[in-house]
Write a protein that binds this ligand. Structure first.
Ligand code: PEP
Ligand code: MN
Length: 341
């Protein structure tokens, strides 16, 4: 349920309303709209008499939200949420690029890639330390050591870092990691989400292989329920009958999600396609679809990568792509401002 307050409501009127709502046992989240406040109620709102609520002086309007996702719902928070990490920002017109190897292989490898992608204009460095591999016989990641390498490279280059967590017990190891990634396979690991919801760290929440957009937003609700609103959603391809690409990159998810939620949405065309040669066009298509950022796997020697070499582009291909992205953003900006005229 959302409550739209009248403009210029006084403190004592507000206190009265908050007390009234507290008696109903619901949780209230206050957001500042352009001119007035908006309250989002979660919990059991079925007992609340909307006519009675409307009769309270400062209440302008009351709407029941029929969608099961409440806190992430655009209706509860019309303005875009902006997630800031170091100098990078996602949402509200801000666009950032996350790049780096699929997995951390060595300090030299990560440092070299980080220096190259930073020069090209990437805002954040990615690298997996705990790898969710389909086969238990594949490289599983450098684990704790991988996180240490990322933290060192972050210090040396000044780039914030993103890495994937696989279970709650690993959380203390992520202290020096700026953004915690919840991978596709863990999108519905609700205990992990609850734990991460209690942290203040930005979370990169990737869409599950066969999850709907509504299910993705319900997972975001688990994080938000704990008070963490620093969430970046990521479309990374879904499982379909198509086999020529690793996954089917669902770019329609971007404009749909932007309508459904205020949270920033980015796209990972590397896992979305599995093929390095179509990563650049799909990254550009993501920009055109309105994404707030992209995440690209970059490797200095893709043929010898320990993980996902086939979908990794080289630093020089990345440099070209980032220039094209910025041209595409300019075109989209011009197109959008023409639409508004
Ligand atoms: C990754 O980003 O390294 C990864 C494993 O992605 P996903 O969870 O989307 O498969
Ligand atoms: Mn990968």
């Amino acid at each position: 349920m959302i409550i739209l307050l009248k403009e210029n409501s006084s403190k004592s009127q507000m206190n009265y309303l908050m007390k009234w709502l507290a008696q109903k046992g619901v949780d209230v989240h206050v957001s500042e709209g352009v001119n007035r406040k908006l309250l989002t109620l979660t919990g059991n709102t079925s007992e609340i008499d909307t006519d009675l609520l409307k009769s309270i002086e400062i209440v302008d309007d009351v709407k029941r939200i029929t969608e099961p996702y409440k806190s992430s719902n655009r209706a509860c928070h019309p303005r875009d949420t902006v997630v800031r990490v170091g100098n990078a920002a996602f949402g509200g017109g801000n666009f950032s690029v996350i790049a780096g190897p699929c997995s951390v292989e060595s300090k030299e490898q990560v440092l070299k890639i980080a220096q190259d992608i930073k020069k090209s204009g990437a805002g954040l460095l990615r690298g997996g330390a705990f790898k969710p591999r389909t086969s238990p016989y594949s490289f599983q990641g450098l684990r704790e050591n991988g996180l240490k390498i990322l933290a060192e490279v972050s210090k040396e280059t000044g780039m914030p870092v993103v890495s994937e967590i696989m279970e709650q017990s690993q959380l203390p190891l992520f202290e020096d990691i700026d953004v915690i990634q919840v991978g596709a396979r863990n999108m519905q690991n609700y205990e992990l989400l609850k734990e991460l919801g209690r942290t203040k760290k930005p979370i990169l929440l990737k869409r599950g292989l066969s999850c709907t957009l509504q299910e993705l937003l319900m997972s975001a609700e688990y994080l938000m329920m704990g008070g963490n609103e620093n969430i970046i959603l990521c479309e990374r391809g879904i499982r379909t009958f198509e086999t020529t690409t690793r996954n089917t990159l669902d770019l329609s998810a971007v404009p749909m999600l932007k309508e459904m939620t205020h949270l920033p949405v980015i796209v990972d065309p590397s896992h979305g396609t599995g093929l390095a040669k179509i990563v650049p066009p799909m990254a550009l298509a993501a920009v055109a679809a309105g994404a707030d950022g992209v995440m690209i796997e970059v490797h200095n020697d893709p043929a010898n990568a320990l993980c996902d070499g086939a979908q990794s582009i080289t630093p020089s291909q990345f440099d070209t792509l980032i220039k094209q992205i910025s041209k595409m953003r300019e075109c989209c900006y011009k197109y959008d401002s023409q639409k508004e005229e």
